[in-house]
Design a protein around this ligand. Structure first.
Ligand SMILES: O=C(C[C@H]1NCCC[C@H]1O)Cn1cnc2c(c1=O)CCCC2
Ligand SMILES: [Mg+2]
Length: 510
């Protein structure tokens, strides 16, 4: 069954229809906010995992696995880490019919699970750096409206947790990981992201600073946090007593304990939200459009031009050719499949595989055998091209790469067009209402951010529509606009009478 609504007309219905009818996801009626991730989507997660995991292994990160249960005592050891989030923590309070003496939390993240053991394992600076990662699920009982992949009560992610002897080493890793997240989005998912640092209000409260890659959903004009890499500073080290002796301090004469130094820590994560972002950005009114590098089927080969007048041996010759083409492509590392189902017309098959986002279709019929060619049809832009059957293993990889590049460039152009540099407050809300995010000179003070959120959530007085969602700061981009330059002590903040420090990206967001 095809998609019955237009993406731009009814985005949320479009989104759920695409996910369900492409067989990426199934609703899990029993528990709100939970979904079944079906093979087509799970395969994408596995592509992300294998790319990211092999990259962090090269950085010396080791995979591990910690329990999913956290004691209340442990979870609450870090006050400001949990206080803001407490309502989202899910607790196990009963086993069978009997109440548990001490309820146990299901991990919403694993800092408090892991760090008591970091403290136990890290004794001297030779135990540093410690670099662990786990691929797992986490549970957060969000109350906002759930949305498949984007906001779910259980999701899959990886969480990296590292400990370093110096801040410099921690800082360097934060940015190395952020670059890997950019690559997951841009080089795997063909999704453009903006790198930056979070504001004090938006950063991870338990940390020192948060860097982020921010995506943009054009259909709603909303920003979306795509992955985060935090430097935790020494905050958690102080709470969990993760210390090493100072290798430079001589054991002092009175034989007193050598000075204890707190380690510098990072934590970083990317989640299955990335799959939802990719669907939202690339999907169209025919369904999924998969970037070739994460598609489980990259090329579908379909027999065409077979009519009632086609002889049995002619039909057989076409099917044999198709099987040879699929074999040849697979041996060249291209994920190809044939659709030889003889109870469906070519047209039906075209829709079936377009709905599932297969990047490239090859049509082969009796005439093509004679001309020794196949007609290729791109899913992203519908462009058709005749390819000689003896050039497939060179032409197809090139076409798939071109598809990736074109999908990325198209999305990047749209993102760039929807980032508006705004220098006057009166242009701020109109820009948001025009489905843009805004880049504004900003003082970076928390009270100012609260004010901006409040001022941008109110509709103009005469407007009787429900107040629109306020804008939050998405990040302070590492790449700052050159023009017009911000002059410290001269350029005013977009909203308050303070002076701007840097340009900040603001927008309505998920
Ligand atoms: O999870 C993090 C920080 C960090 N956790 C590890 C992976 C990277 C990064 O997200 C922040 N955070 C978000 N959300 C919640 C919590 C929380 O710590 C804890 C309580 C429930 C909700
Ligand atoms: Mg949250």
């Amino acid at each position: 069954m095809g998609i019955e609504v237009k993406k731009d007309a009814d985005f949320s219905t479009w989104y759920t229809q695409v996910l369900k009818r492409s067989e990426m996801l199934e609703y899990y009626e029993e528990v709100s906010g939970c979904y079944i991730i079906r093979p087509l989507a799970y395969n994408i997660w596995q592509e992300i995992q294998s790319f990211f995991d092999s990259a962090i292994k090269k950085m010396g990160v080791e995979d591990t696995y910690f329990p999913m249960f956290v004691s209340q005592r442990q979870l609450e050891r870090e006050k400001d880490h949990v206080e803001g989030f407490a309502p989202e923590v899910a607790w196990v309070t009963k086993a069978g019919s009997s109440d548990m003496e001490n309820p146990i939390a299901i991990r919403p993240t694993s800092e408090t699970v892991m760090y008591p053991y970091f403290s136990k394992w890290i004794r001297t600076h030779r135990d540093l750096p410690l670099k662990l990662n786990q691929w797992c699920n986490v549970v957060r009982w969000e109350f906002k409206k759930p949305q498949p992949f984007i906001r779910t009560r259980e999701f899959l992610w990886q969480e990296g947790h590292t400990a370093h002897f110096t801040k410099e080493e921690a800082d360097a890793e934060v940015h190395q990981i952020l670059e890997l997240y950019r690559q997951v989005y841009e080089d795997l998912l063909a999704v453009p992201v903006i790198k930056g640092v979070k504001s004090e209000k938006e950063k991870f409260a338990g940390g020192l600073y948060t860097t982020t890659v921010e995506g943009f959903i054009p259909t709603t004009g909303r920003g979306i946090q795509a992955a985060t890499s935090h430097c935790l500073g020494q905050n958690f080290a102080k709470m969990f007593d993760i210390v090493v002796e100072d290798p430079n301090a001589l054991a002092n004469s009175e034989g007193k304990e050598a000075k204890k130094l707190h380690v510098w820590q990072n934590s970083w994560g990317i989640t299955t939200r990335s799959i939802g972002v990719m669907v939202m950005i690339h999907g169209d009114d025919k369904g999924l459009v998969l970037p070739p590098r994460i598609a489980s089927v990259q090329v579908i080969v379909i027999p065409c031009g077979l009519t009632v007048r086609t002889s049995e041996e002619e039909k057989k010759r076409v099917e044999e050719k198709i099987n040879d083409v699929v074999k040849e492509l697979n041996s060249a590392g291209i994920k190809a499949k044939a659709d030889l189902r003889d109870n469906y017309t070519p047209g039906y098959k075209f829709n079936h595989w377009e709905l599932r986002g297969v990047p490239l279709r090859l049509e082969i019929g009796p005439r093509d055998l004679k001309n020794n060619q196949t007609l290729s049809v791109r899913r992203d832009n519908g462009v058709k091209e005749a390819i000689p059957l003896d050039k497939l293993t060179t032409c197809i990889p090139e076409t798939l790469n071109t598809i990736h590049k074109d999908m990325f460039e198209k999305a990047k152009k749209i993102y760039d067009e929807h980032v508006k540099v705004i220098l006057k407050w009166e242009d701020f809300v109109p820009a948001l209402d025009g489905k843009n995010v805004v880049l504004v000179p900003w003082c970076e003070q928390e009270h100012c951010e609260d004010k901006i959120k409040e001022k941008s959530s109110r509709r103009q007085p005469e407007d009787d529509k429900a107040p629109s969602m306020g804008a939050k700061s998405l990040c302070i981009p590492f790449e700052q606009p050159k023009e017009p330059a911000i002059v410290p002590g001269e350029t005013n903040c977009i909203s308050c009478d303070g002076f701007a420090k840097r340009y900040a990206l603001f927008g309505r967001s998920y």
